[in-house]
Design a protein around this ligand. Structure first.
Ligand SMILES: *Cc1c(COP(=O)(O)O)cnc(C)c1O
Length: 381
């Protein structure tokens, strides 16, 4: 089936008992047994819930995987993936990962005997030379946040196969509409459903999609044991969001292209980072491994002061963390999403104090451009 047909129907079958077209919200913690020793297939809602199960089938279908797992947040999903490892195991990870992933590793997981090497994963040789005999996993985010650096998924997957480790891709920024890491050879995909999948800035959630039997069994065990499951209400919200993922992503992307071109030609904008621009150093890779360039744009305004004047003048673009909603959200990475990354590390990664990140929404492009122009006009020449 085509993507949007799956987005509307896969996992979201009509309810067999009532014919309800929308998957019901099964707001229950437990299920009555048929008789002693016999259940309906449902026993307790941490282990299984029909609304969550529908979402898990839906996301698995969209990512072209075998099985999906829904978690209480993107971070809970990422934590579940790392929970598959054992003390002594080593992970190679993109140095420019989501700030929360960085914090989870440095503040929590390192205390459990797991070791991590952060590398510039846009460089295949850097990934390979960081691998040791204990490397069990390579974790990449592509494009990265907020610098929008890409990692070659197919090349990294074949490196991982050669070295006998698993490749995990955080696909939050592209969504399954634009990028299919599992088809390019990745073993696991993680998502913050909070972003494009739900798309309406009204739910926090996460998902993991697996292909291999051993991963599926382990993740299922971790999900029910650690229990960071997505609630029935949130599962339903994400199911509803997913139905329009295709049309939303098309609009996010077409608005983003228009805005990237506008910013790229503006005298007060130092530099625009958008994989869809010819000037992006990995434009060709972006065109090859994804079906589009997405809705995220970062740009530099010259100084913190310029960024502040610009941000404070905006009226439509909302100054807030997060991304992927129907509304355009704008953020200052250094002081917001990446505040937990030490200053010297931010500088090294290129997350400078003048960098602004735009999650382009699905409003009318002309209105967004007028708003951005209002902000740029406030910057002194
Ligand atoms: C937001 C985000 C996460 C974390 O997800 P939460 O739902 O906020 O826990 C992980 N990875 C990326 C790329 C994100 O943007």
């Amino acid at each position: 089936m085509g993507f949007s047909t799956d987005a509307i129907h896969a996992g979201q079958e009509t309810d067999p008992t009532t014919g309800a077209v929308s998957v019901p919200i099964y707001q229950t913690s437990t299920y009555e047994m048929v008789e002693l020793g016999k259940t309906t297939g449902y026993d307790y809602a941490r282990t299984i819930n029909p609304t969550r199960a529908a979402l898990e089938r839906s996301i698995a279908a969209l990512e072209r995987g075998q099985r999906g797992f829904a978690f209480a947040s993107g971070m809970a999903g990422i934590n579940a993936v790392f929970s598959m490892l054992s003390s002594g195991d080593h992970v190679v990870i993109s140095e420019n990962v989501y700030g929360g992933t960085f914090r989870l590793i440095n503040g929590v997981l390192k205390n459990f005997g797991l070791t991590f090497t952060f590398v510039d994963s846009s460089n295949q040789a850097a990934i390979e030379s960081a691998m040791t005999g204990s490397t069990k996993m390579v974790f990449i985010e592509t494009p990265t946040n907020p610098i929008l650096t890409l990692t070659d998924i197919e090349a990294t997957a074949s490196l991982c196969r050669r070295r006998g480790c698993d490749l995990v891709v955080d696909n939050t920024f592209m969504s399954p509409f634009l990028q299919s890491p599992l088809e390019l050879g990745a073993d696991l995909v993680v998502h913050s459903t909070t972003k494009f999948l739900n798309g309406h800035s009204d739910s926090v959630g996460g998902a993991v999609v697996a292909v291999k039997k051993e991963h599926i069994e382990r993740l299922h065990f971790i999900q029910k044991s650690a229990g960071a499951v997505l609630s029935p209400m949130d599962s339903w919200l994400v199911l509803r969001g997913i139905k329009t993922l295709g049309v939303r992503m098309e609009r996010h992307e077409s608005n983003a292209r228009t805005i990237a071109d506008f910013l790229d030609g503006h005298e007060k904008v130092r530099r625009v980072l958008y994989p869809g621009l010819d000037s992006h150093p990995q434009h060709a890779l972006a065109a090859r491994q994804a079906r589009g360039f997405g809705g995220m744009i970062s740009f530099e305004l010259g100084s913190y002061d310029a960024a502040k004047r610009f941000l404070d003048a905006l009226q439509i673009c909302t100054l807030a963390e997060s991304l992927g909603g129907v509304e355009t959200l704008i953020s200052h990475s250094a002081s917001m999403t990446h505040a937990s990354v030490p200053q010297h590390e931010r500088q090294r990664l290129g997350i400078k104090d003048d960098l602004v990140r735009l999650s382009v929404g699905i409003e009318d492009a002309e209105d967004l451009i007028a708003d951005l122009r209002r902000g740029l006009d406030r910057i002194e020449a």
